[in-house]
Design a protein around this ligand. Structure first.
Ligand code: NAD
Ligand code: WQD
Length: 370
C-alpha cells in the first residue's frame, strides 16, 4: 500500500476520498490550508476509519503515521519540499499525489480571476515542480465538467471540445494543459495516451458531486450562502434558509428546469481509488476521464427527491435564468467504466438520503459543532 499526498484533503470531495483510501489500506499525508474547510472533517474521517489523526509540520517531526495532517499552502515551494524530503528521510517516500486543493466558485472566479489563476494554475505548477524535484510522478487531478462550457452534444464524451466560459474553467483548462505538456502530449490528446518522463497522470472531470457519507458524519459545508443547488436545498430543508430560488423554468427540458448529472460523493471517492490503482499498476500514461453517472435530474427532480428524503416541504420560487447556465449537462461515463471498471452505484434517492442525514445531524456544518 502506498504513501499518498492528498492536497485539499479536508474539503468536501477530499475528505470522502481520504476515508475510501484509508479503508483501502493506504497511508495518507494531507496538505490543506483550511481556506475552505475545517480540520474537524478529518478528525471525523479518522474516527470513521478507526485510525488516529496525527498533526505535524511540513518538516515532519515524526514518521508519518497512517493519517497525518499538515497545514500549508500548495503554492509554498518550501513547504512542499520539506514535506516530500521529510517523508523520504523517514523511509516513507510519497508515491503519488491526489490533488484536490483549489478554488471552485464560478461567480467568485469572475470577480477574482488573478486569485483563481494563482491558486489553481500557479499552485498546480508549484506542486508539479516539487513532485518532479522529488521524483514523484504519479498524480490524480481534480478537473471538471466546466471545461465543456456550452456543450455541443450530450451525453458529453471526453473528446468534446474544451471551451471554458469563465475564469474558473479557464484555470482548470490551463492546469489540464500543463499536465498534458508534462506527459509529453499536446493539448489535443486522446483520453488514454502513453506519457513521457515517467509521468502517470489522471485528469478526472467530475460532473456535479453531491450527497455525503451515509454515516452523516462528513458532508459538504460551504462557506456562506451556497452557490450550488444541492447544499442550498439541504439548508432549506433544515430551516437555515427560507426558500430555494429556481433559476429559470423556461429551459428546453421536460419540466423547464435545467438537467444535471449529479454524482454521489462516495461514488466519486471510489472513482479516485480506482484511478489511482489503475495508474500505480500501469505504464506511464495520461488518462482523461469523465466521472459522472450518465443519468440526468432536473432542479425540480432534486427538490422532489429531497422532500421525500427529509419528509419536509422545500419552498421555492421561480426566478430568471442564471447567467452562464446550460440547459443540460450529462456525462458519457463509458470510458471510465471500460478503463477503470468503475461506474456509479448510488441513485438520486441515495444522494438525498445521505445528504439529508449529514445536514440534519450538522445543521450549521462543522464549524459550530461541539
Ligand atoms: P473544497 O473547497 O471543499 O475543497 C478544496 C480544499 O482545498 C479545501 O479544503 C481548501 O481549504 C483547500 N485549499 C484551497 N486552496 C488551497 C491552497 N492554496 N493550499 C492548500 N489547500 C488549499 O472543494 P471540493 O468540492 O472538495 O473540490 C475539490 C476539487 O475538485 C477542486 O479542485 C475543485 O475545483 C474540483 N471540482 C469540484 C467540483 C464540485 O462541484 N465540488 C466539481 C468539479 C471539480
Ligand atoms: C445546478 C442547477 C442552476 C442553485 C457547478 C459548476 C461546475 C462544477 C459543478 C466545479 C443549475 C440550478 C442552482 C440555486 C438553482 N463545479 N440552481 N438554484 O452550475 O451545474 O455546476 O458545479 O467544477 O463547474 O458550475 O451546479 O449546483 O450551481 O447548479 O436553480 O440556488 O441548479 O441554475 O441549473 P452547476 P449548480
Amino acid at each position: 500500500m502506498a504513501q499518498l499526498l492528498i492536497t485539499g484533503g479536508a474539503g468536501f470531495i477530499g475528505s470522502h476520498t481520504c476515508l475510501v483510501l484509508l479503508e483501502a489500506g493506504h497511508q495518507l499525508l494531507v496538505l490543506d490550508d483550511f481556506s475552505n474547510s475545517s480540520a474537524v472533517a478529518l478528525e471525523r474521517v479518522a474516527e470513521l476509519a478507526g485510525v488516529r489523526l496525527q498533526r505535524d509540520q511540513p518538516t515532519l517531526r515524526a514518521a508519518p503515521e497512517t493519517f497525518t495532517l499538515v497545514e500549508g499552502d500548495i503554492r509554498d515551494a518550501q513547504c512542499l519540499d520539506a514535506l516530500f524530503a521529510s517523508a523520504t528521510t523517514f523511509g516513507q517516500p510519497i508515491e503519488a499525489v491526489i490533488h484536490f486543493a483549489g478554488l471552485k466558485a464560478v461567480g467568485e472566479s469572475v470577480q477574482q480571476p488573478l486569485r483563481y489563476w494563482d491558486v489553481n494554475v500557479v499552485g498546480t505548477q508549484r506542486l508539479l515542480s516539487a513532485m518532479d524535484r522529488h521524483s514523484c510522478r504519479t498524480l490524480v487531478f481534480s478537473s471538471s465538467t466546466t471545461l465543456y462550457g456550452y456543450p455541443d452534444q450530450v451525453p458529453i464524451p471526453e473528446t468534446a471540445p474544451i471551451q471554458p466560459i469563465n475564469p474558473y474553467g479557464a484555470s482548470k483548462h490551463a492546469a489540464e494543459s500543463l499536465l498534458a505538456n508534462l506527459a509529453g502530449c499536446s493539448g489535443n490528446t486522446e483520453p488514454i495516451q502513453a506519457s513521457e518522463g515517467g509521468w502517470r497522470i489522471a485528469r478526472l472531470r467530475y460532473f456535479n458531486p453531491v450527497g455525503a457519507h451515509p454515516s452523516g458524519r462528513i458532508g459538504e459545508d460551504p462557506n456562506g450562502i451556497p452557490n450550488n443547488l444541492f447544499p442550498f436545498i439541504t439548508q432549506v430543508a433544515v430551516g437555515r434558509r427560507p426558500q430555494l430560488t429556481v433559476f429559470g423554468d423556461d429551459w428546453p427540458t421536460p419540466d423547464g428546469t435545467c438537467i444535471r448529472d449529479y454524482i454521489h460523493v462516495m461514488d466519486l471517492a471510489e472513482g479516485h481509488r480506482e484511478a489511482l490503482h489503475s495508474l500505480l499498476n500501469a505504464d506511464p500514461q495520461l488518462l482523461t476521464l469523465n466521472l459522472g453517472s450518465g443519468q440526468g435530474a432536473s432542479v425540480l427532480d432534486v427538490v422532489k427527491a429531497m422532500e421525500a428524503a427529509s419528509q419536509r416541504p422545500i419552498p421555492y420560487r421561480i426566478a430568471p435564468r442564471r447567467p452562464g447556465d446550460v440547459a443540460i449537462t450529462l456525462a458519457n461515463p463509458t470510458l471510465a467504466a471500460e478503463h477503470l471498471y468503475w461506474r456509479t452505484q448510488r441513485s438520486l434517492t441515495d444522494i438525498c438520503r445521505d445528504g439529508w442525514s449529514w445536514q440534519q445531524a450538522n445543521p450549521q456544518g462543522y464549524i459550530r459543532q461541539t
